[in-house]
Design a protein around this ligand. Sequence first.
Ligand code: AMP
Ligand code: MG
Length: 334
Amino acid sequence: MTEILEPTEKNIIKAAKSIRQDGLVAFPTETVYGLGGCAFSEKAVVKIFEAKKRPRFDPLIVHIAEKDDYKLLCRIIPSPAEKLIDAFCPGPLTLVLPKRENVPDIVTSGLDTVAVRIPSHPIALKLIQYSKCPIAAPSANRFGHVSPTQAEDVLSDLGDSVDFILDGGPTLVGVESTVVFVTEEETILLRPGGIPIEDIENVVGKISTKRKMSKLLSPGLTKKHYSPKTPLYIYEGNIDELIEIDRDDYALLTPIPLLVNDISMVPLSQDGDVKEIAANLFHQLRSLERMDYRAIIAIPVKQSGLGHAVMDRLIRASTGTVKIENQKLVFIDR
Ligand code: AMP
Ligand code: MG
């Protein structure tokens, strides 16, 4: 049976003990809830893949508590990586670097690189410290589904396959970490996330965002991901036309409140603050999929700062796009 634990000192110690015995613990980070197991235990890592029904070709992020522990897992720390670690760790930034032999191949899906990050959430940090080992932890959802931002989401997706869930309330950032591949010569964006691209460029200069490159380097970045059960379509067109639509069987997911006719509207923020939008995104997708709408129509957000991560998740959650022709919604599957 899965036990949901208040994050008291005693309970974090209890959860850490389970990690040391190859158990699985879901825990809050500043981004989303993670499903953690000891990164050095093949047995625990196999359980992570099985609980999530995650394909083995999709490598895991290893979570550590101290900057020095990068050296424990990575063979080389190029100088741009050192700068990024100093600037953003702990925080929602994951670095992909050449791995040491002690990192089991199952963690990295056989790649010779490992993805490592230091979460900034106090419960996550304590769990790692008390476990006395790095924790491999993907998001604690069923593979392909929307990532969990609260303990109940973990329970409803993973049921009894996790030993403990540390309940730290809703997560603050709400989207996953930014993932970058770093060499001495260049930094390549593999996944936009909690640390804006612009902030990274302020530290290491222009970074490469070539999609083809990320696909090659990061096999787990599937096109369709983060999907709610209700199909989601990205709106392409004029907002004025959309708000005239009279359809109560569709839900409209918008960055800010809009005055609409009869369509149900779910604003992700009150005034367009992209931090608020990111923090609410997954929670609202999960709420909407429980409400039996025919489809969710999402209005795009501005692609700057955290907006890159929000659009990335919306596009990968989507079944296609929607536009208006002759005052009617036209859905186009991708
Ligand atoms: P998640 O655990 O769901 O947050 O996803 C982590 C993502 O990080 C994976 O889907 C990969 O795309 C990426 N990743 C993890 N490890 C590596 C690696 N060694 N090389 C490239 N990308 C990685
Ligand atoms: Mg995930």
